[in-house]
Design a protein around this ligand. Sequence first.
Ligand code: TEU
Ligand code: CA
Length: 544
Amino acid sequence: MAVNNQKWWKDAVIYQIYPKSFQDSNGDGIGDIPGIISRLDYLKDLGIDAVWLSPVYCSPQDDNGYDISDYQDIDPMFGTLEDMERLIREAKERGIRIIMDLVLNHTSDEHRWFREAKKGKDNPYHDYYVWRDGEEGVLPNDMKASFGGPAWEWVPELKQYYFHQFSVKQPDLNWENPKVRRELYDMILWWMDKGVGGFRLDVIDQVAKEPDRKITSNGPRLHEFIREMSRETFQKGDLITVGEAWGANTENAKLYSNPDGSEFSMVFQFEHSMMDQQEGKEKWDLAPLPFVKLKKCLAKWQNSLYQTGWNSLFWDNHDLPRIVSRWGDDGKYRKESAKMLAAVLHGMQGTPYIYQGEELGMTNIRFTDISEYRDIETLNVYRERLEEGYPKDEVMRSVYAKSRDNARTPMQWNGEKNAGFTDGTPWIAVNPNYVEINAAKEQKDPDSVYCFYRALTHLRKEHPVFVDGKFQLLLPEDEHIFAYTRTDDDSEMLVCANFTGEAAACPLDGKWKDAQMLLHNYKEELGEVLKPYEAAILIRRREL
Ligand code: TEU
Ligand code: CA
């Protein structure tokens, strides 16, 4: 078995596409696969190596495709299986791999397996899901679903409840049943046969649930299941695999991303992304970002997984708000702060992810009326919190800060109608700032956020220290500066950044005076005091 350290994907950059919002090709207002194909040259220009494609399988779209009704076909809204095969082929021609999103914790309630399962307790598919006998109104326990309400749903015909960690339309699969696991592995092999370049495993830490003990994440059999899946599928190909794990810590992350290749290539964990919320509460319960804590958290992950695992590096995805609005400044210093955030992230060890539009410095959305929102999680929390008596403006503040729809407004391609996303009516409104912020404009401007991201993807290929250098956090207690070094046998790299909108002193070792500047987000020379959101990456040869 090849050891991770030599793997091709170690210098790769991954771009995430949320297909519904990327590019519409037929005027129905919904992004689709032919739309993605038409933008492959854009992605090639950006310098990315792989695309993580959020789900395009058949789905009733209760959770925008994370509720799958057929794993082996494409939803007509996105195109056909032939379109998908063409996407894989045309991407490959441009040196881009397609990473499919595997949602294996649950299916749609409209999946054939679940329809069968509901027919009777002795149906062969019944045990594909998680059932408990009971009485109407007396739930097996008080577990809650992620999108609101109880985790148990009553089926009168069977006099049983089924378990769902997400929406009612996303019944949990029973991984204890070996037949379920075999079906899933066969499906994965089928996609591998079609030439996909890898997989992203949705909420994989939650598959080994034990609801009777109220265990969802990190169940006792979790790593046994993952190793079996990896052996039966991924290890038969040369893939890049990433496990999404909200419940990961630095210890189990070493299992998920074990360099011996027994589980996944890397782990996608969220500790840093849950910091601007009140301790022990939900993401909607806002709190200011504890900056020093953030730095220490990222440093901990860098140091813990050095040579023992592999990190995913991300600020954004389809579930998170836009980083420039969240921890940067989407007003006066939008460009400076978007570039600063990019430099800090891409300079660390791991695989960087760029979420569609992040490379343009796209911002959060503020719809004035809740009816313009589309996300099931947002709509449910809005309703629930109003019922619980929260003031409406407080609920809207949370929605503005944290709604998943912040990341789901259409990609801003140009300054024309609907930002060039569609000729029709978009399924969710376009952010009106597309006139200012769009790809066409960014690509023309050498000082744009886009060109900064492109420089980063190229630097990673030119300087091995980006991939293998050991991380060291500098000025850990500083309230403004995020600075660190990366060091390997040949060179030393410095990333120094002002994370705030005020000028801040950044005292550095004199050895950096004659270092080579790789990237800088201000034209003026780098000084001892960093300007608002100023960030620079420098490199020097090591003296032996
Ligand atoms: O997300 C996992 C997950 O736990 C999220 O629902 C998360 O709790 C929420 O977004 C934070 O507010 C994955 C997918 O990325 C997400 O889009 C799906 O809705 C979810 O799984 C269910 O498949
Ligand atoms: Ca379409």
